[in-house]
Design a protein around this ligand. Structure first.
Ligand code: ACO
Length: 333
């Protein structure tokens, strides 16, 4: 039995905001943003679009590629830090209804930018645990523009909106030995002592909005950039090493690494520490910036659709983000 990816898709808002356009609103420059992050543009959702709208678009593309109807899904798992609504209903339930996935259970998963990696492993485990469960839609989606302080140049230049999706199917292919396929293993990690380094302070049960309160700024993502940077380089390095060690393979056997697209410098630093050539990492941060839980499945879809993946390729995804969380998946394409 193998857990295979049968289709990929993405939902990207059409509005593209270049660094130059942003530099007309806050004190920054194309040169600073590119040299410090590798970002050249981001796509921003229109006011009437929320996470579920982008997620539905990505899901339809993934189902199309898999040649499957939404009715055949047994479960929908969505990784997001920016759900349509706070806590209830889940964005997954909204997507389930919009797709007409009547037989599917639906749940959201909160693991920050690592949401898709956690989602993939959760979905695979739930497929293994029950014989009748065959197909899961896994989505990473975030609309970070809604929780961005657009006056803070330290964060607003980094983020974009988007969704990415995959259809996972349980197949008869082997998951071990010769000809093995699909999701081989994952690492899921967390370090809650760094919770404050990436935090949406207001709106939850710790600091709810109160009646009569005058709100002079909306709920925003606060970030300690330097601390997150240091955490991210170590999380990436350790996770790559541990995935290779656990699977008993060398880096030369990995065809592509799809890292969370937070900052190209984080990826370059981790690659340098491990002596991994830059070309092994797939980066599309220049066009989309950091789309949080969506960044890995968007990259996976781009790579897949552009013919960048061949059957049998060993592919690694590596993520890190709010929580703090980190993790990775090893997949045979
Ligand atoms: N434009 C121009 N100047 C800027 C900007 C900007 N957009 N932002 C900061 N600066 C200035 C600062 O004010 C500072 O000036 P000073 O030296 O006069 O005080 C100078 O640039 C350097 O600032 P630093 O914060 O030290 O810049 P650094 O090189 O550390 O880069 C960055 C900052 C890009 C945020 C980096 O720390 C980083 O990438 N951290 C990780 C962020 C991350 O990955 N976050 C998301 C992960 S989780 C999620 O995805 C939700």
């Amino acid at each position: 039995m193998a857990i295979e990816i049968k289709g990929t898709g993405k939902g990207i808002p059409s509005r593209r905001v270049s660094n130059e356009e942003l530099a007309r609103q806050v004190e920054t420059s194309d040169e600073w943003i590119r040299s410090h992050t590798g970002i050249g543009a981001r796509h921003i959702a229109s006011e009437e679009n929320a996470a579920s709208d982008l997620a539905v678009e990505a899901a339809r593309q993934a189902l199309d590629m898999a040649g499957l109807e939404a009715e055949s899904l047994d479960l929908i798992v969505i990784g997001t830090a920016t759900p349509d609504f706070q806590g209830c209903p889940s964005t997954a339930c909204i997507v389930q209804n919009r797709l007409g996935a009547k037989s599917a259970g639906a749940m959201d998963l909160a693991a920050g930018c690592t949401g898709f990696i956690y989602g993939l492993e959760t979905a695979a485990a739930l497929l293994c645990i029950k014989r009748e469960r065959r197909r899961v839609l896994v989505i990473g989606v975030d609309v970070l523009s809604r929780i961005t302080d657009w006056n803070d140049r330290g964060t607003c230049v980094l983020f974009g909106d988007g969704a990415g999706a995959v259809v996972l199917e349980k197949t008869d292919a082997p998951s071990e030995g010769p000809g093995k396929r699909g999701l081989l293993r994952s690492i899921l990690g967390a370090d809650g002592s760094g919770a404050e380094y990436l935090m949406i302070r207001r709106g939850g049960s710790r600091h709810p909005w109160k009646a009569g309160e005058t709100i002079d700024s909306s709920a925003c993502l606060e970030m300690n950039g330097r601390a997150v940077y240091n955490f991210a380089v170590k999380a990436m390095t350790d996770t790559i090493e541990n995935l290779l060690k656990e699977e008993g393979v060398g880096i030369e056997e990995v065809a592509r690494i799809i890292p969370h697209q937070a900052n190209a410098r984080i990826v370059q630093a981790a690659g340098k520490r491990l002596g991994i050539p830059e070309e092994k990492f797939f980066l599309n941060i220049e066009e989309y910036a950091n789309t949080s839980a969506a960044s890995i499945p968007i990259a996976l879809d781009e790579l897949n659709r552009s013919g960048g993946l061949s059957r049998g390729d060993l592919v690694m995804s590596i993520g890190f983000g709010g929580g703090l969380t980190y993790g990775g998946n090893l997949i045979i394409w």
